[in-house]
Structure formats: C-alpha cells, structure tokens
Design a protein around this ligand. Structure first.
Ligand code: TXE
Length: 475
C-alpha cells in the first residue's frame, strides 16, 4: 500500500491526526494508497516552514530561481514514465494520454515560468524633468494553491510554477481524489534544490484542510481550480480578509459548427473536444451547435466515430479510460437519466460499462433537447454531449450564451470574417477558431461569468502572485 504523506519544510510528515483517506484506482475500483488527512496543526507547521523560507527564496536572483525550476522540469522529463503511470492509476485516464499531455505539460509549466521571470519586462513612467516612476513587483509571501482531480499534475504545476517563480513560498493542496503525482513531485523538488519550506504540500479533504488554508491569515492569496460551487465558497471566505483570489471554475462550452466548415477536421476535432480525458476537462465542448444545412450529415459522421471509440483499461491503448470515481460516474449517469426524462434521444451510449469493477461510462451523444434543458445548462464533466441545430449567426450566439458559464468556445467555419464576428459576441474567456486545446502559455487563461474570476497564464499569473509597488524618484 502506498502511503501519501504531507510534505512540509523539505521532508515528509505523517498527519498530526494520524488519519488517512482511502485512495481508489478507478480503473479497478480498489484502494491502492492511503492519503494523509490533514488538520490545522499540519497547516500551522506548513505556514511556519513557508514563512521561514520566504526571505531566502524571495531574495534569490531571478537566474537562481529560474535554474531550480528548470532543473525540476528536467527531472519531470526523466521520470515521465513513472509519473504517467501514477497519474493513470490515480485518475483513470489512459496512460498514453498522461504520457503525451499531462506530464510533458507539467514540465513545460516549470520551464515556461522559469523563462518568463527572466523575460518579463518592468514598467517605468517618466514625469518629464521631474521624476521617474518604476513598478516593483514584490512576491506576496506565503500563497495557497488548490487544484482538482481531472488534470492532477498538469493543473497543480500550472499554479505552483508561477507562484514559486515569482518568489513566493507555496502551500499546495491537491485534490484528495488524485494526490499521487503531487506527492511524487515533492521528492523531485528536493532533488531539484528547492530550499526546505519553499514548497509544502498538504493532503486531505477540501472542506477541511482546503478551507483552513483559505481562511489562514498568513496565506496571502489563493489560486483555485475546481467546481463553481466550491469557487463561490472560497471567493466569499477570501473576500472577508481582502485576500487575493483567482478562480478557474466550470464550463458548459459551446462548439459552433457552421455549414461552411472543414467538415472532416470539424468532426475529428469535435470527437477530441468531447471525449478527451473522458470529457473531464473544463475546456471540453459539451453543447454542439450544428447549422441546419449539415445537421444530419454531421450527426451521422460524428455518431459513427463515437461508436468506434475504445473505452477500457487505461493501461492499454484506449481512447477513454475510467471516470475518476464511483460518485462521479453516478453523477454523470443521473444527468443522462435526467436528459431522457426531459425527452432527449440517446443516439449512442447512455450507460455504464461493467469492466474490472471500475467506473467506466459509454461516450454518449444526445439530441432533441433545447438549450434550456438541465443537461444543456449544468456542467456534467463527463463523456456526454448534446447536439443542437441552429439557423444563423444570431441564433447560435443567443444559444451559446444561454448558460451561466463562459469558459471556452469553439467555432468551425472557413469564413474568418464570420468567425471573428461570432467570437466577439460569445461570452467566453477562451475562443478557439478551427481548433481546440491549442495552448500558448503566454495567453490569458480563464473564464467569464460563473466560470471564474481572474486569469492564469503568462504575465497574468505572475501579476497575480505579486503585488505592484510604485516607486517614485525625484530627478
Ligand atoms: O471539485 P471541488 P469536485 C467541476 C465538475 C465536477 C464538480 C465537482 O463539474 O463534477 O466541479 O468536483 C478542494 N475550501 N470541476 O467536488 O470540490 C478539493 O479538495 C478549499 C471542474 O471534485 O471543487 C480539491 O482540491 N478547498 C474543474 C479542489 O478544491 C476546497 C475541475 C477542487 O474540488 C473546498 C474539477 C473548500 N471548501 C471539478 N472544497 C475544472 N474547472 O477544471 C473542496 N476543495
């Protein structure tokens, strides 16, 4: 049995409570690890360690910090296979996907921010003949990073890399559902040369140790990715202390397919945007709007491809593995049952797959429901999409904007004028035109409306993890 302990001040510590949580491999439904269930005493210890480390870490030169981050990126590359297997075992995703996307991206996150701090320009404003102002961006101190279970190491590092690069000390809380790769990363952090206390990782339940982290007055900012309900709780708690908060929340993302699209590309990529990682990505498109003229043709081609997807043992060559937990699989199934009750027609899928005691679900396509039905309003976060016809640009803009969410959208058309016009009207933080998940880490990443507050990525992340200070020098 693997024991996942907290990482505080550069070494592993048992939780003060002595309590552990079961960690289940969703592919086989069996407990394979026990995860520390942390309490306020563990948090106090982490806060002490992080506070003590801050002076040394924040005074390091950019080049020194950059070098340690680069070293960690190299170590992730060297351990790619082990990390990919661990991620798949913990989350249920195909190991091939973790090998191709999750783990390389974790390394890229460190590499990117290691370079970004060196290349970031600083502002100066000259008051003619009188003074020069420059902006110093100071790290905040101890910051908290809370990450979810769907892309565990990918999103964990997406937060801690900019926080550390900017000179902060971090207390991170990975999802209790998928803590394994964050635990493995701590061992590599020691090898990379992080001074003790710069990175601390506490495990345990969100409502317990997560909430304590958010509420701790010495924790100066919280970067959170997770569900919208949780984001609301965190946002309210942070506001009471005027704490900086960045929230990356759920989505109900529209995919808009115009009749002049590159048909083959649109079908192929929409399969990916619907079912990659079992549909458990906040950026997955779940409402597919198809222009009337090609509705039947697109539907036929799409459903055909969906039927051909291979779902199964994530350690093998499959398109989809298991959903993250029994609870989540049941939630997905309840949404599909609700769609049936509301009159939706299941074109393919629509039920669990019994396999190895794991939590598998068929890729599911539903039609016949308007944009206001429950399944078209709420985030399912699984392998379930709906098809909805539309007439013209204004019709689809109205439909696409009809949810409380606004994270990502995809537009397929060969007419770029139309693509821009529609992109400007869809209320989403990220719009992909004729592609999906093409990511440049310099770009602002995050959502509008109930999909979030603030942006991650590039300069946005470095700004979030620093406090601007205006220094005015009289000439
Ligand atoms: O996420 P939670 P859950 C969506 C998706 C999913 C739903 C619920 O629809 O079905 O959210 O998933 C920690 N204070 N997304 O319940 O609870 C928690 O321990 C501080 C979208 O698993 O939001 C974990 O580390 N922390 C999404 C993290 O928050 C708290 C990714 C996220 O868990 C806390 C995941 C609290 N009070 C789910 N309560 C995306 N945007 O990518 C929980 N946590």
């Amino acid at each position: 049995m693997i024991i996942i302990d907290n990482y505080i001040g550069g070494s592993f510590h048992k939780p003060e409570s002595g309590q552990y949580l079961d960690n289940v491999n969703p592919a086989v439904g069996e407990v394979f690890a026990r995860t520390a269930s942390s309490s306020s005493k563990d948090l106090e210890e982490a806060v002490r360690a992080a506070t003590a480390a801050f002076d040394e870490w924040s005074r390091k030169t950019l080049a020194q910090r950059s070098k340690i981050l680069h070293k960690l990126a190299d170590l992730i590359d060297e351990n790619l296979e082990d990390l990919a297997r661990a991620e798949s075992q913990d989350n249920g995703k195909p190991v091939a996907l973790a090998r191709r996307v999750d783990i390389p991206r974790a390394a890229a996150n460190f590499r990117f921010f290691a370079s970004a701090i060196i290349n970031e320009s600083s502002e100066a404003h000259v008051m003619e003949g009188e003074a020069v102002n420059y902006t110093r961006r100071a790290p905040l101190g101890v910051v908290g990073c809370i990450s979810p279970w769907n892309l565990p190491l990918y999103l964990f590092t997406w937060k801690i890399a900019p926080a550390l690069a900017a000179g902060n000390c971090v207390i991170a809380k990975p999802s209790e559902v998928t803590p394994y790769t964050a635990f493995l990363l701590c061992q590599l952090a020691n090898e990379a040369g992080f001074p003790p206390g710069v990175l601390n990782v506490l495990h345990g339940r969100g409502a317990e140790i997560g909430q304590l982290l958010v509420d701790h007055p010495e924790v100066k900012a919280i970067s959170f990715t997770g569900g919208t309900q949780t984001g609301r709780i965190i946002g309210q708690a942070a506001a009471r202390q005027f704490k900086k908060v960045s929230l990356e929340l759920g989505g109900k993302n529209p995919v808009v397919i115009f009749d002049d699209c590159h048909f083959e590309e649109a079908v192929r990529t929409t399969i990916e945007s619907s079912f990659t990682n079992q549909g458990e990505i906040c950026l997955c498109g779940s409402r597919i709007f198809i222009q009337e003229g090609i509705y039947e043709r697109f539907k036929a081609a799409f459903v055909d491809r969906v039927r051909a997807l291979k779902v199964g043992d994530p350690s093998k060559e499959v398109d989809m593995g298991a959903l993250v937990s029994r609870e989540h699989m049941e939630k997905v199934d309840t949404y599909v049952a609700g769609a049936r009750t509301e009159g939706g027609k299941i074109l393919t899928g629509g039920k669990r797959i019994t396999l190895m005691n794991g939590f598998y679900y068929e890729p599911t396509v539903i039609e016949g429901l308007d944009e206001f039905c429950q399944i078209n309003q709420e985030e399912v976060f699984g392998p379930v999409v709906t098809l909805i016809p539309f007439t013209d640009e204004s019709d689809v803009v109205k439909k696409a904007n009809s949810t409380p969410y606004g994270l990502a959208a995809v537009i397929w058309t060969e007419n770029l004028k139309r693509a821009h016009a529609v992109a400007h009207q869809i209320k989403s933080g990220i719009i992909w035109i004729n592609c999906w998940m093409l990511r440049d880490l310099r770009t602002p990443f995050g959502g509008m409306k109930s999909s979030g507050v603030g942006r991650e990525g590039g300069s946005e992340a470095l700004r979030f993890f620093t406090e601007p200070q205006n220094i005015c020098v009289k000439l």
